[in-house]
Ligand binder design. Sequence first.
Ligand code: NAP
Ligand code: GDP
Length: 322
Amino acid sequence: MDGKKKPMRVLVTGGSGLVGKAIERVVKQEGGAKEGEEWIFISSKDADLTNEAETRAIFEKYQPTHVIHLAAMVGSLFMHMKQNLDFWRKNMAMNINVLHMAHEFDVEKVVSSLSTCIFPDKTTYPIDETMIHDGPPHESNSGYSYAKRIIDLYNRTCFQQYGRRYTAIISTNIFGPYDNFHLEHGHVLSALIHKTYKAKRDGTALQVWGSGRGLRQFIFSLDVARLFVWVLREYEEIEPIILSVGEEDEITIKNAVNAIVEAFGFTGPVIYDTSKSDGQLKKTASNAKLRRYLPNFTFTPFHTAVKETCDWFADNYNIARR
Ligand code: NAP
Ligand code: GDP
């Protein structure tokens, strides 16, 4: 042995999704990968990660040194309200299988993905990395939240018992190319991009769900991807790190709707259906920790990212998930 560190072999679960595709672009097109490194992007077609044997077979096949764990059952507020139990059961199984196989196969580092919607419903704002377990999550997405919270528990106990340095990021609402643009199951921006595209095409009204008063911090998938690669290489804490734009960049759903309407040049009526839920009114997150590490990181301006996503959807209508 010459004492040199082996190049990383990174397994990315959920590699076909919104964040996985953005990481693939950063790695393959923005020079995010270093010489000798191997990046493997898998989807549910390669293995059903809710199944332990299939998960083991993937680790046996690829023998990764590092894992970015993105695979999850993911969906809108409205999908959560209908399938809370499935979100809990499937995500619990995937998280336990992937983390446990990583440990068994001696993976050096795992970075998993949490979300700001898993924080306590009754809390003070802004929320920060220390507050994940302080109280019950919002009941609309409690299944997803508890399944995500156990990732943090796994990371802490695995460090305590075996000294493993597994960690997680916590992201606010992500959007971008390759999102799920399904009208009901898609997250707010992707669903509204699809709805606006259709309303313009068909000459109908745009139906927004809820009052539009809800507040969210939206982050572009390419920014998440660049930060994910930094976390994998540089971030050494077990405690997770929030990846978010600043508190001052939190906007109302109504302002987000206006950005989409502007990007498409939609001139028809916009109707707010207040019989539909607003979900959590806000979940304002602090990015102070991220700013301490990366004071100069530049986020893509919201309007630029919305325009790029609307254009991507229109150009890729036939292949987009919808
Ligand atoms: P996504 O676009 O819905 O992609 C989900 C990925 O998981 C897909 O690659 C999917 O594979 C894979 N997957 C689902 N079930 C699987 C199974 N049983 N076995 C193996 N793979 C499976 O999700 P995303 O938005 O990129 O989210 C990535 C991560 O970030 C998730 O952990 C999510 O919880 C977290 N997150 C997302 C947001 C957001 O706003 N989107 C915010 C915070 C955190 P197929 O393509 O084959 O179905
Ligand atoms: P959340 O941010 O985790 O709550 O989940 P979503 O991405 O589904 O966003 C839900 C918020 O967007 C709520 O305030 C909804 O009332 C609002 N919203 C407005 N129109 C839509 C829509 O067409 N789809 C979705 N998913 N949410 C919408």
